[in-house]
Design a binder for this molecule. Sequence first.
Ligand code: ZN
Length: 384
Amino acid sequence: MDASKQFCPNEACSARGQKEQGNIIIHDRKRQRYRCKACKHTFSARRGTMFEGLRKPVDLIVIVVTLLTYGCPIQAIVHAFGLDERTVADWRDRAGAPCHKVHQAIVEQGQLDLMHVQADEMRVKGCKMIAWMGLAMMVSTRLWVAGVVQVSRDRSLADRLLSQVRRSAQALRPLLVLTDGWAAYPKSICRAFREKVKQTKGPGRAYLQVWPELHIGTVIKRTEKKRVVEITRRMTHGLLAQAEKLLLLSHGGRSLNTAFIERLNGTFRERLASLTRKSRHAARRLRALETGMYLIGCTYNFCFVHHELSKASHVGSPCTPAMAAGLTDHVWSIWELLSYRIAPPPWIEPKRRGRPGKQAEPIKTVRNRPRVRLRKGVLCSTTV
Ligand SMILES: [Zn+2]
């Protein structure tokens, strides 16, 4: 147990979220509990992680989640480890939560120079439902930047996906976005990548202007008998010459393409059992799909070494997409990902509102009457 790496998770504590301040001490080694000296509360070493409240050994949980990230069906895990089916499903859902947090805290706050982004959506066949999963990636580092799951394939799917991409991007950088021929994309992209511009002095509304160096390309594939027979490439916004420059800079092929996102779709389909085509493990709930997506996406970004990135032509040593994007400096273990905790924001003393109160003055008592002391057996002058 290492108290210096812990922080107080108590929201009401004045020392919450602070590391190495000496306020955390070990409370109980046997039960793995720490104690905060500021608020006197104790908390478990598993607090705020995926393992909180679970009684099974951490090693077993990590093994099961690792198998799930490789697309192992739940039934196989149930058979191999003698666990209940609901337990494994619960662990998968629980594992998705820290992954979602990691994505929000690291990728969405990354301020990345995206340069070249590809977006696409997948049709997912669930049990008595059809769902859509939109995915987007940064091509130069192969980083998965955004994912959305929804029952309908409409404008809101594209809007949610691209606003998530926007959150991870550095503003006003040259950017090329390539998508397939779905008509909702170009307008959604323009809506996501625009900034407020004030054109007149003084009060008044600021205009929203699309980034000047935003380029949108569309790649439409026509198929006959499941074979691609014709590819139409066109620019829907921006200039082709600039788009080709960005393609070259990001090592994203020579012509407009969606090959990289289609490869990522393949990785997701391969690793998430419910996304596999003609699968017998169809998803029953949308939430299971979403947690599964975050689990696969975050392990892809942080835990698994990317084959192409590790080649000498790119980085030359074992490298994950998050390392290539400069978001981390090492390959994460699954345990590290699952036990990732986000510290609560530092406590700020609440501001006093209104006029400062007057200093209380000592109350003066005014005596109108002379003090009368009653004595036993003597008549008092005032009572006569
Ligand atoms: Zn505390």
